[in-house]
Design a protein around this ligand. Structure first.
Ligand code: FAD
Length: 486
């Protein structure tokens, strides 16, 4: 039965023809997100202009029983916004209104398609900014950040997106509009907003988000420290945190990542470095001054062979330019690469980095490391050439082995890029079948028909109408009389 034709006709009638794309060539624009080796052309793309149009779109999908996938800017690196071939892609890029900046409440209310950095720009005249800063902050959307619970360089001190979202208006998968949280720091009852943040578009679509604004710090000081080895840089990171200093950011790049960044943006990092750390402190001037002295001493004690202190904003920007452009820069030294994302306890950094080096040598695949060292959030870039037979497979093996390493060391298969379609198959390495079913019970409460971003996060088939149906047998929570499977 053709469900898409009548659905497209309804959406055109309700929203206007310019909101609906059905031409296959045009739909190709949306066939992938930042993880380009998964490509699916959606059956239809809808670009609502406001909250009401988005709610109508979801309602129409629910009535037709057609799956839908939300897409913000499509910069995701786990295939979270990968379209469904028989479904609708709901693109929020036309929903870019900053509804309100309320410095007195330290809040901003924005539409989901608003670009991350725009929130800070809108708050700047009031002396505020939005703290979570993914390296993609110039292009990624707040809706995507909320869905991925995105992090960034400054999340070490300020926390991830979940710590900065206090409210959201959400269209649930049956088209109902609900308000989760609000302006207050906390609300009574279950933390449904907490469940929504990081749910990767599987619980519905956010149409408006209330975020926390943070006061711009009095002072920012930034240090670039060069080491001969990643062991030394890892040890310096642990020493800084162990000393009770909480920098705004501690970022690390290894030799290969530095080589790529130099080739792309000429950032002028110290020659011969096996690793560099960018350490940034912010806050009251006196506190920053005292802690900065501590940080430089700790880097020296851990064998930093060169320390550079940013003299002004231009030099600070140059330090960051190398780091922020590193993912793209790797394209200069390798035709293809996988951006991996895993997290480990910070203290395990030296041994995990060493082991990544060994795994890379064993498989003959180069790995460049560029990551948020302060919170143990790794981004190994696994380089390969798709034109060389077998290299892509070896890169995949290295990539999987790195995730196993993260789990072995008490970490997780994703730090901030989400599970998406790419890592769903790794979920059983971390969670038992019962764990996964328990998570699915939450999903079922929002989305009993499994229409919202199906095939993501959970390895299929699981519960809730994800083909071919329910888990066999009873869930332990059911046996204990604690829950019912829908
Ligand atoms: C160069 C580069 C650097 C990056 N650096 C970082 C980094 O430092 N930290 C980090 O965390 N990530 C980083 N990322 C990953 C990516 O930018 C983030 O995951 C970002 O949050 C995705 O936002 P987006 O708008 O592009 O979302 P999309 O890719 O469009 O979608 C991501 C997910 O969100 C869902 N979604 C989108 N909008 C909504 C909505 N309104 N309601 C519900 N679900 C929705 C989608 O269905 C999908 O599951 C980087 C990516 C690139 C390319």
């Amino acid at each position: 039965m053709d469900r898409i034709g009548p659905l497209a006709a309804r959406l055109r009638a309700e929203l206007g023809p310019d909101r609906v794309i059905s031409d296959r060539q045009e739909l190709r624009t949306y066939e992938c997100d930042g993880l380009t080796h998964y490509r699916v052309v959606p059956a239809l793309a809808v670009l609502p202009r406001d909250h009401t149009e988005l709610a109508r779109t979801v309602r129409a999908c629910a009535d037709a029983g057609v799956p839908f996938v939300a897409r913000g800017s499509g910069t995701g690196l786990s295939g979270g916004a990968l379209p469904h071939a028989d479904g609708v892609l709901v693109v929020t890029s036309r929903m870019r209104a900053i509804v309100e900046v309320a410095p007195d409440d330290e809040r901003a209310v924005v539409e989901p398609g608003v670009i991350n950095v725009q929130v800070s720009r809108a708050a700047a005249p009031f002396g505020y900014y939005y703290a979570p800063d993914p390296s993609s902050q110039q292009i990624c959307s707040i809706g995507g950040n909320v869905a991925e619970n995105s992090g960034g360089a400054h999340c070490l001190k300020y926390g991830f997106t979940t710590n900065h979202v206090t409210g959201a208006t959400v269209v649930t998968p049956d088209g109902e509009v609900v308000r989760l949280g609000g302006r207050a720091p906390d609300t009574p009852g279950y933390d449904l907003l907490g469940a929504f943040v990081g749910s990767e578009g599987t619980l519905g679509i956010a149409t408006e988000v209330t975020v926390r604004l943070v006061r711009a710090p009095e002072t920012i000081r930034t240090l670039l420290a060069a080491f001969h080895t990643t062991d030394q840089a890892g040890a310096a990171t642990s020493a800084i945190i162990a000393a009770g200093v909480v920098p705004a950011a501690v970022e690390m790049m290894d030799a290969l990542a530095i080589e790529a960044a130099e080739a792309a943006v000429n950032c002028g990092y110290p020659p011969g470095a096996g690793a560099v750390l960018i350490v940034e402190l912010d806050g009251p001037a006196a506190e920053v001054r005292a802690q900065f002295a501590q940080v430089t001493a700790l880097c020296e004690e851990n064998d930093a062979f060169e320390l550079r202190i940013a003299a002004d904003d231009a030099e600070r920007a140059l330090f960051w330019k190398g780091r922020k452009s590193a993912f793209a820069a790797v394209g200069r030294i390798s035709p293809d690469y996988i951006v991996q994302d895993g997290v480990i306890p910070r203290t395990a950094l030296p041994q995990v980095l060493r082991r990544i080096g060994e795994v890379s040598a064993e498989h003959g695949v180069r790995v460049a490391n560029v990551f948020h060292a302060g919170d143990g959030n790794l981004h190994p870039l696994v380089l390969f050439d798709d034109a060389v037979p077998g290299e892509a497979e070896r890169a995949e093996q290295v990539s999987g082995a790195i995730l196993d390493l993260c789990i072995e060391h008490g970490g997780s298969i994703t730090g901030e890029h989400g599970v998406g379609v790419d890592k769903a198959r790794y979920m059983p390495r971390m969670f038992t079948a019962d764990d996964l079913d328990t998570m699915q019970l939450v999903r079922c409460a929002f989305d009993p028909d499994g229409l919202s971003n199906p095939g993501k996060v959970f390895p299929t088939p699981r519960l809730c109408g994800e083909v071919p149906g329910r888990r066999k047998g009873t869930h332990p929570a059911q046996e204990a009389g604690l829950a019912e499977i829908f």
